[in-house]
Write a protein that binds this ligand. Structure first.
Ligand SMILES: Cc1cc2nc3c(=O)[nH]c(=O)nc-3n(C[C@H](O)[C@H](O)[C@H](O)COP(=O)(O)OP(=O)(O)OC[C@H]3O[C@@H](n4cnc5c(N)ncnc54)[C@H](O)[C@@H]3O)c2cc1C
Length: 383
């Protein structure tokens, strides 16, 4: 049962784009992903090909060299990447492309002209750096500072777990510009990779998503021009909040798409695998388990469709709906993936079977882009 979204939500142009994106991942990522997992990185040629195929920089208009497109094109890209065989490994790396939307929303004309044309071609990859060794969920507790000095800001501090440190060309850095003001004292700055003072630290080895690299950064008197302030001074929290809502919904969609892929792979597997004179599928236990998973997936899809309809009606991702999506869909994914691994037997624990990689990638979805506990806290507070 490939993704069974409500077709009325999408137009013909979105479905054409879906076919392009699906073909692209099948041809340019799926065959290579095991090697990329071993390399713990993806080659630049992948990004350049993605740029050529017109699937990077969704929403960036022609004036900046972009392919245009709307929110539903972003949803299609997210669904197809999540459903692809390679999605489990490359998800966090590919989702960085969403930062084009932040640049469109908050960048100055100069910043858009400097970076967007390169981003849509895959020549400029971004890293979004908020998390620090002593603060993750508690965004307001970051300690990295940016202090004005003449026409520059001087940045000192450290970040960790950052996606894309090995290949990012441009870093968006959340800093305190008014340390006494808590979340109202955060600003975001742009810094290019080879700027003196921007030091790349250790690459961190992970449980899954190996092709998407992660690691540490240190800022030692990193000097950036004041023109690199991204969004309003002390208004960084608003920039983060807007991107967090979209991000939460997108990671809910990826969780659902990945769980759907695992389900499809498992149905194929159990129909072919034999034991005790019949297929594993023939056992009533298997069919009952699969029925429960299908029910979970169908209910999850209905909720995603509701979130998308809200967007189409209002032009905004609803914060509360996105938070529920980011809580429920990754937890549902966890239930589905656990059963899919079980139904594969030993094969489910072997990385050469995609379900194994989907399982370790899926564990991440309850942790980053806001943990399940933070989602519960925010849903509870609004009651
Ligand atoms: C693969 C990967 C990629 C990442 N990529 C990036 C990136 O590109 N950029 C970036 O900035 N960050 C990135 N992160 C960091 C990620 O966003 C954080 O790990 C996440 O927000 C959780 O923060 P933490 O690890 O500090 O956990 P903590 O905040 O220390 O939480 C530890 C535990 O305590 C719970 N907890 C915390 N506060 C509360 C509370 N108020 N009530 C109840 N429970 C609570 C949490 O839910 C969690 O279970 C990435 C992380 C991973 C694993």
């Amino acid at each position: 049962m490939p993704l069974n979204y409500d077709p009325d939500i999408f137009g013909e142009e979105h479905e054409m784009f879906r076919r392009t994106v699906r073909r692209f991942f099948e041809a340019e990522a799926d065959p290579y992903v095991e090697q990329w997992d071993r390399d713990e990185n993806m080659p630049r040629s992948f990004w350049l090909k993605a740029g050529e195929a017109g699937i990077l920089g969704i929403g960036v208009p022609d004036a900046f060299g972009g392919p245009g497109g709307d929110f539903l094109h972003r949803v299609v890209m997210t669904q197809e990447m999540g459903y692809s065989i390679s999605g489990a490994s490359i998800g966090p790396a590919v989702q960085r492309d969403q930062m084009c939307e932040q640049l469109m929303d908050f960048g100055t004309e100069d910043q858009k002209c400097r970076f967007l044309p390169k981003m849509v071609k895959g020549e400029c990859l971004l890293a979004f750096t908020v998390t620090e060794p002593d603060s993750g969920s508690d965004l307001a507790a970051i300690r990295t500072t940016a202090v004005r000095d003449g026409d520059d800001y001087v940045i000192n501090g450290a970040k960790t777990y950052i996606s894309g440190i090995a290949d990012a060309d441009l870093f968006m850095i959340a800093c305190k510009t008014d340390p006494a003001a808590g979340s109202r004292g955060i600003s975001i700055f742009l810094a290019e990779r080879n700027t003196p003072g921007l030091n790349i630290g250790r690459v961190l080895h992970k449980m899954g998503c190996h092709a998407s690299n992660n690691g540490e950064l240190h800022f030692d008197n990193l000097r950036v021009p004041a023109a690199n302030l991204f969004g309003p001074l002390n208004g960084g929290f608003k920039v983060l909040a807007k991107s967090l809502n979209r991000d939460r919904l997108m990671w809910g969609i990826i969780s659902h798409a990945a769980a759907t892929r695992a389900f499809d792979l498992t149905v194929d597997f159990v129909k072919n695998r034999k034991g005790f004179g019949q297929t594993i599928f023939d056992f009533q236990n298997t069919q009952f388990k699969l029925a429960d998973l299908k029910a979970d997936l169908d209910v999850g899809q209905a909720y995603i469709d509701r979130c998308l309809r809200t967007y189409l009606r209002t032009g905004e991702v609803d914060m509360q709906e996105a938070t529920v999506a980011k809580l429920w869909l990754p937890e549902m994914e966890g239930r589905v993936l656990d059963q899919c691994v079980q139904l594969h037997g030993g094969a489910g624990y072997m990385d050469e079977y995609p379900v194994s990689r989907l399982f370790t990638a899926g564990r991440l979805h309850r942790i980053f882009a806001g943990t399940a506990e933070i989602m519960r806290m925010q849903i509870g507070r609004a009651l």
